[in-house]
Design a protein around this ligand. Structure first.
Ligand code: HEM
Length: 521
C-alpha cells in the first residue's frame, strides 16, 4: 500500500501526530475535571512534549552560529590559459559543462548559536560540492591564515577564546594569555583586530581554504594548491563603531542579509581563485609552504581564476539543512589530495569525529550530507539508520567484500595513484622555518591608515583589561613585527590606563546621582 492511497482521504493541512493520527484538540491536556490533575495516558501530549524536550542537538563546539544557502559551482576549465587537467583530474574542475550543486554554510566561530553576528571573530566559509564523483568539502574561513600551526594546540586556543568556565563571560585576558605565548598567531591577530576581523555581512566577504592542499593529475603528479573565494559583490568590512551601531539594533544582520538577498533574486556570487606551487619543501623560501599562518604572496604565486559559484536558493528548513550540515576536510574527491600540513591533518580527524557525536553515527545519510550520486556501502546499522542506498542490488545477503557469491566490488582507480615519499624520525618538534613576525609586519604596513588606526585602537581596548605581564608580551610581539606597531600599542595602553581611572571615578559619581527604579508591585 502506498502513501498516496492513504493521503487522498485527508487534506494536507490537517494537524496529525507523528503516528499519523489526526489531532482534534491541540489546546488542552486530558485532566480529571478542568482543573487537573493530568492523567498519564495523554499520549498526544507526551509525544509532543518529549519530542520538544529533544529538539536541540549539541551545537557545534566552534562555529555554532551560522547561515546557509544552496547554489552551484561551474569551472572555467583553465588555469592561467592552460587546461586545468594539466594539474588536476578532478571532474568538478575538468568538466566545464556541469553546474555542480553546492551548499554553503557561513559562520562566526567563538560564541553560541544565537550570538551577535557583529562580533570580532573569523568567519567560517564552508562549501560542500555535490560532485559526480561524490562530495568534496572545502572548509575554509574568510581570512587566509590561521592562529596556530599545530593541531595539539587547538582545544587550548578555543578554551581561551570561549567564555570563562566560572563566569561564562568571554575575557580578553584569557585570550591574550594564550596568544602572548603563541607568537605564531601574530599575523592572524593583526588581521583579526583590524576591520578585516568584522566583515560587514557574508555576501561581501572573501573565503579561503587557508591550507595548502594538492591537485593530482592523470599521471599521479601533484602540485600544492591554495583556494580563495572572491566576492563579485565586492568586499566590505566594519569599524568597531559601525559594528556596535548595528549590534544595538540587530544581532542577526548577516543571516538576514543573505536570506533577503536570495529571496529577492539578488544572488551572491564568488569567483574561485587558486595559487599553485610545485610540491616540495622549497628551501629557498623564508617560510614553510605548508605553514597555515603564512600567506603565499600574489606577486610570487599569482591568483588564477578557475570557476564561479552562485548561491540561489535559501534553505527550506534551518535545522535540517544548516544545523545538520556536516563538513570535513577529509571529504575530497579523486584528483584532490591533502598536503602534509599538520593542522590540516589534525582537522581531518576532528570533523567526522564531532559529527558522529553532534548529529549521529548515520549523519551521512541525511539529505543535506549525502552525495547526489548512488552510494553503495557495506556499512550497517547504527542509530537512525534509514538506508535508501542498500548495498548490493544483485545480492543483498552479501554485506562484505571480497565475496565469490556476489556483493559490491572495488572500483577501478580512475588514474595513477599519487604516492608521495616520506621519511624521517618520529618526533614532537616545531617546524624549523617559523618566521612568526615578518609577514605580520608587512600586513601592518600594507593596511591603509584608517585600518591601522582601527587595529591599534581595537587592540588597546582589548588589552587594557589584561595584566601588565600579558600586555608587555603582546607589545613585544607587535614590536617584533614592526617597530611602529609595538610603539603605538604601548603608547595606547599607557593613555588608556590613565583614562580608565578618570572614567571610573566619573561613572561612580554618575551612579550616585541617578534615582532608584519604582516598585510597581
Ligand atoms: C568547525 C575543529 C581549524 C574552519 C569545526 C568543528 C570542529 C573543528 C570540531 C565543528 C564541526 C561540526 O560540528 O560540524 C577544528 C580543529 C582545527 C580547526 C581541530 C585545527 C586543528 C580550522 C581552520 C579553519 C576552520 C584552520 C579554516 C580554514 C572551520 C569551519 C567550521 C569549523 C568553517 C564550520 C563548518 C560548518 O559550517 O559546519 N572545526 N577546526 N577550522 N571549522 Fe574548524
Amino acid at each position: 500500500m502506498t502513501d498516496q492511497q492513504h493521503q487522498s482521504k485527508e487534506p494536507d493541512d490537517i494537524l496529525t501526530n507523528r503516528q499519523g493520527h489526526p489531532v482534534t484538540n491541540n489546546q488542552s491536556v486530558r485532566t480529571v475535571g478542568n482543573r487537573g490533575p493530568t492523567t498519564l495516558e495523554n499520549y498526544d501530549f507526551l509525544e509532543k512534549i518529549t519530542h520538544f524536550d529533544r529538539e536541540r542537538t549539541p551545537e557545534r563546539v566552534v562555529h555554532a552560529r551560522g547561515a546557509g544557502a544552496h547554489g552551484y559551482f561551474q569551472s572555467y576549465g583553465t588555469v592561467n590559459g592552460e587546461p586545468i587537467s594539466k594539474y588536476t583530474r578532478a571532474k568538478v574542475f575538468t568538466n566545464t559543462n556541469v553546474q555542480t550543486p553546492v551548499f554553503v554554510r557561513f559562520s562566526t566561530v567563538v560564541h553560541g548559536g544565537h550570538s551577535p553576528e557583529t562580533l570580532r571573530d573569523p568567519r567560517g566559509f564552508a562549501v560542500k560540492f555535490y560532485t559526480e564523483d561524490g562530495n568534496w568539502d572545502l572548509v575554509g574561513n574568510n581570512l587566509k591564515i590561521f592562529f596556530i600551526r599545530d593541531p595539539l594546540k587547538f582545544p587550548d586556543m578555543v578554551h581561551s577564546f570561549h567564555p570563562d568556565p566560572v563566569t561564562n563571560v568571554q575575557d580578553p585576558e584569557r585570550m591574550f594569555d594564550f596568544l602572548c605565548q603563541s607568537p605564531e598567531s601574530a599575523h592572524m591577530v593583526t588581521f583579526l583586530f583590524s576591520p578585516w576581523g568584522i566583515p560587514a555581512n557574508y555576501r561581501q566577504m572573501q573565503g579561503s581554504g587557508v591550507h595548502a592542499y594538492k591537485w593530482v593529475n592523470e599521471e599521479g603528479n601533484a602540485v600544492l594548491v591554495k583556494y580563495h573565494w572572491e566576492p563579485v559583490q565586492g568586499i566590505k568590512n566594519l569599524t568597531q563603531k559601525e559594528a556596535d551601531q548595528i549590534q544595538m539594533k540587530d544581532f542577526n544582520h548577516a543571516t538576514l542579509d543573505l536570506y533577503e538577498a536570495i529571496d529577492r533574486s539578488d544572488y551572491p556570487e564568488w569567483e574561485l581563485y587558486v595559487q599553485l606551487m610545485e610540491d616540495g619543501e622549497h628551501a629557498e623560501l623564508n617560510f614553510d609552504p605548508l605553514d597555515p599562518t603564512k600567506l603565499w604572496y600574489k606577486e610570487d604565486y599569482p591568483w588564477h581564476k578557475v570557476g564561479k559559484m552562485m548561491l540561489n536558493k535559501n534553505p527550506e528548513n534551518y535545522f535540517t539543512e544548516v544545523e545538520q550540515a556536516a563538513f570535513g576536510t577529509g571529504v575530497l574527491v579523486d584528483g584532490l589530495d591533502f598536503s602534509d600540513d599538520k593542522l590540516l591533518q589534525g582537522r581531518t580527524f576532528s570533523y567526522s569525529d564531532t559529527q558522529r557525536y553532534r548529529v549521529g553515527s548515520n549523519y551521512l545519510q541525511l539529505p543535506i550530507n549525502r552525495p547526489r550520486k548512488h552510494v553503495a556501502t557495506n556499512q550497517e546499522g547504527g542509530q537512525m539508520d534509514f538506508r535508501t542506498d542498500f548495498g548490493s542490488r544483485q545480492n543483498p545477503h552479501v554485506n562484505y567484500e571480497p565475496s565469490l557469491i556476489g556483493g559490491l566490488k572495488e572500483a577501478v582507480n580512475p588514474g595513477k595513484e599519487h604516492e608521495p615519499y616520506v621519511e624521517g624520525n618520529v618526533k614532537r618538534e616545531k617546524i624549523s622555518r617559523e618566521n612568526n613576525f615578518e609577514q605580520a609586519g608587512r600586513t601592518y604596513r600594507k593596511f591603509s591608515d584608517w585600518e591601522r588606526d582601527e587595529l591599534i585602537s581595537n587592540l588597546v581596548a582589548a588589552l587594557s583589561s589584561c595584566r601588565k605581564e600579558i600586555q608587555d608580551r603582546m607589545v613585544d610581539i607587535f614590536a617584533n613585527c614592526d617597530e611602529d606597531y609595538g610603539k603605538r600599542v604601548a603608547a595606547g595602553l599607557q593613555t588608556a590606563g590613565a583614562e580608565k581611572d578618570t572614567k571610573m571615578e566619573a561613572a561612580v559619581k554618575q551612579a550616585e546621582q541617578l534615582g532608584h527604579p519604582s516598585d510597581p508591585y
